[in-house]
Design a protein around this ligand. Structure first.
Ligand code: MG
Length: 157
């Protein structure tokens, strides 16, 4: 088995859609970025690439490339899965933590798990998504941004 960790942060901004784990979440603000800025999927992709020793998403999908402007991060995740599949890796399980003061994410967690499990080609019982706040401390607590951590185990070929 191979383990990988990913971490990402995006700034909250008015006039953007909020997309987390591929799910659209109704909220007054969204995350700013070159792609759809799905911070949770970004952390997840970096965890997968980390476990496979295949670099990071900044290297694979540079934000200087207009091909990735406003792209759904789920499409990028599909590309990452193709790349690791070519090397014979499969996902064992994934655990994602989203850190946000607002909005309340509990109502969306089940849909997030379904979306990630489908894209990781694993049963839903092998994907965990959780949300926490930082007790109004720091940039997430002050609602300036949202961060995410992910840990992934890959099965080696
Ligand atoms: Mg990012």
């Amino acid at each position: 088995m191979r383990i990988g960790h990913g971490y990402d942060v995006h700034r909250l901004k008015e006039g953007r859609d909020l997309v987390l784990c591929g799910i659209n979440i109704p909220y007054a603000k969204g995350l700013d970025g070159h792609s759809d800025a799905d911070v949770a999927v970004h952390a997840l992709m970096d965890a997968i690439l980390g476990a496979a020793s295949m670099g990071d998403i900044g290297r694979l999908f540079p934000d200087t490339d207009s091909a990735y402007k406003n792209i759904s991060s789920i499409i990028l995740l599909k590309k990452v899965m193709e790349l690791i599949s070519e090397k014979g890796f499969t996902v064992s399980n994934a655990d994602v933590t989203i850190i946000a003061q607002k909005p309340k994410l509990a109502p969306y967690i089940a849909d997030m798990v379904i979306e990630l499990a489908e894209n990781l080609s694993v049963p839903q019982s092998r994907v965990n998504v959780k949300a926490t706040t930082e007790e109004k401390l720091g940039f997430t607590g002050n609602e300036l941004g949202i961060s995410a951590h992910a840990v992934v185990l890959l099965n080696e070929p």
